[in-house]
Design a protein around this ligand. Structure first.
Ligand code: PBG
Length: 323
């Protein structure tokens, strides 16, 4: 059918008509809120490059989580910032580590009303800021897996519903699945940061999580932005290793990867709308250069349209208030 019989504008005439034919929806249940908890601070500390966000105390974290849950945002992604760091990142698997304390506090506060997702990496815990154990200036993949296993068990023991390995070490999902099963945590799920790119959009996060590398960068493990086929190989490998959910990160510059993931595997696909994506919209809106609310909703809708079932986003609270 061609014009003049075909007039697509007929279905765009009123909001009711547009609602009737909308293909993508966005609800609070599609959103997961990343939260930072820092050891040894008396008050929540604002994060300057991420307006509206804080490094929380365990107490302020409880309050924030409750307010999110009241808005229908029930998935919480936890990042811990320890008071002390060392070359191995030992606080990452300490029973009284800040993330472990926070997981227990959230469970105590909200029970099974919320899904607790524990980010599993070493960069916030090592004094050099790298995601694993160094041999010289290089990451030792398999020595790092040994530490990831300990972190996974400690987070599962604290009560995490999902652990989310974000360090892009080879074999990390298989290593974690095996140790969780061996230690009796067969019901703890794995959200794999499967296709994580070496991106310039993580800047504000590194301020928030105090996890910037002291030297070098993360290109020995994070992916080249030019590659899609490689992302699909990573995603299929993580599913084969036992990932329950796979994630693409960042989101907005990688919508084709999200779509590719959706078509390549049949596990749920998540996308991480990262700190730089958040900061860009906030900064432009602050200058009056874009309508921040509209840009936020458009961004989240586009990520859903690309194929993400779940979006990790710093907009979770703000978006849930509107939708
Ligand atoms: C590393 C980690 C990073 C993010 C989540 N986990 C940063 C990095 O790889 O340097 C970035 C998230 C964001 O920018 O919002 N464990």
């Amino acid at each position: 059918m061609a014009f003049p019989e075909h007039r697509p504008r007929r279905l765009r005439r009123t909001q009711a008509l547009r609602d009737l034919v909308r293909e993508t929806d966005l609800a609070p249940r599609h959103l997961a809120a990343p939260l930072f908890v820092k050891e040894g601070i008396g008050e929540p500390a604002p994060i300057s490059s991420m307006p509206g966000h804080h490094q929380h105390t365990v107490e302020s974290l409880r309050k924030e989580a409750r307010e999110l849950a009241e808005r229908g945002v029930r998935a919480l992604v936890l990042f811990g910032i320890p008071a002390g760091k060392d070359p191995e990142g030992t606080e990452a698997w300490a029973e009284e580590g800040v993330a472990q304390q926070a997981i227990r506090a959230l469970r105590d506060e909200l029970g099974d009303e919320v899904v607790i997702i524990a980010d599993l990496c070493l960069c916030e815990y090592t004094d050099h800021g790298h995601c694993g154990i160094l041999r010289g200036e290089d990451l030792d993949n398999d020595a790092t897996l040994e530490r990831y296993r300990r972190i996974a068990v400690s987070q599962a023991a604290a009560g995490a519903d999902l652990v989310a390995p974000s360090g892009m070490m080879d074999g990390q999902v298989a290593a974690i699945r095996a140790v969780l099963d061996r230690e009796g945590f067969t019901e703890t799920a794995i959200l794999a940061y499967a296709a994580k790119y070496a991106s310039s959009f993580y800047g504000p996060f590194r301020e928030a999580a105090e996890g910037a590398p002291r030297f070098g960068d993360r290109r020995s493990h994070q992916m080249d932005p030019g590659n899609l086929d490689e992302a699909l190989r990573e995603i299929r490998a993580d599913v084969a290793e036992g990932a329950d959910i796979v994630m693409v990160k960042p989101a907005l510059p990688y919508l084709d990867v999200i779509r590719g993931a959706r078509e390549a595997v049949d596990v749920p696909v998540a996308a991480y709308n990262v700190s730089g994506e958040y900061a860009m919209i906030k900064a432009a809106a602050e200058r009056g250069w874009i309508d921040g609310t509209a840009a936020m909703l458009e961004t989240l809708t586009a990520i859903r349209r690309a194929g993400a079932g779940l979006i990790l986003t710093y907009f979770a609270r703000e978006a849930a208030d509107l939708i």
